[in-house]
Write a protein that binds this ligand. Structure first.
Ligand code: PLP
Length: 237
């Protein structure tokens, strides 16, 4: 199956899942996770109509960006950093990406805002939640004081906009195993939204990957991050 055929199938499945949930397919953004794949594969997805892409390493995307520019798609694509980001790479990330979905510390948020300010930009960000409290995983635990500290810092972080939450639940073959985590993320989003905090929006829920995106849509995902079902199996890490 070609990338274009894969995209057609995934797009149909997203629409069907949205309809089953009484939602509009347009309210769900497909983030094509292109990590480990080259600029040509990204261009193929772009020609099939996709505009939003997710990458998980700053250095890897820095190497792809010039090729994407040559192909004429760098400036019209939306590039989202979905992987763990070290604070010392914040400046480079702001140069390369339109959004960072993996903010998990006040320090990182401060570095991103300061870097964006230098470039005269505003960066969209999501707070990554480690929804199952897994030790080896990045993200803020839902009951961590870091979450409140990030939300409280929002008004002074003038060059980032906190737009919502992102999570990666524990991996399971069974998509239904993700459902309680997706539901929990939505409840957390609703609780934060109900506080009407200054400079905090909670419109985005980024959750669901190739194996469980339909369940995520049923639980309220606005962004699904899909790699394998579009580009095929990754052979590199
Ligand atoms: C790799 C990755 C995805 C995509 O995973 P697939 O199972 O290939 O769809 C989504 N989100 C994050 C954070 C990832 O690192």
């Amino acid at each position: 199956m070609s990338i274009a055929e894969n995209i057609a199938r995934v797009t149909e499945r997203i629409a069907a899942a949205a309809c089953r949930a009484g939602r509009q397919p347009e309210d769900i953004t497909l983030v094509a996770v292109s990590k480990t794949f080259g600029a040509d594969a990204i261009a193929e997805a772009y020609r099939a109509g996709l505009r939003t892409f997710g990458e998980n390493r700053v250095q890897e995307f820095a190497e792809k960006a010039p090729h994407l520019r040559e192909l004429g798609i760098l400036d019209s694509g939306e590039w989202r950093m979905i992987g763990h980001l070290q604070s010392n790479k914040a400046g480079k990330a702001v140069e390369l990406f339109n959004a960072v979905d993996s903010v998990d510390s006040v320090h990182l948020a401060e570095r991103l805002s300061a870097s964006a300010e230098k470039l005269g930009r505003t960066l969209a960000v999501l707070i990554e939640i480690n929804i199952a409290g897994e030790e080896q995983k990045s993200g803020v635990a839902q009951d961590s004081p870091v979450l409140d500290a990030l939300l409280a810092a929002a008004p002074r972080l003038t060059n980032i906009r906190i737009l919502g939450l992102m999570t990666v639940p524990p991996w399971s073959e069974d998509a239904e195993a993700s459902r309680p985590y997706f539901r929990r993320l939505r409840e957390l989003r609703d609780q934060i939204a109900a506080r009407h905090l200054p400079a905090v929006a909670m419109d985005v829920l980024s959750m669901g990957m190739s194996n469980d995106f339909e369940v995520a849509i049923a639980e309220g995902a606005t962004h699904v991050r899909i790699g394998t079902a579009i580009f095929g199996k990754r052979t590199k890490l």
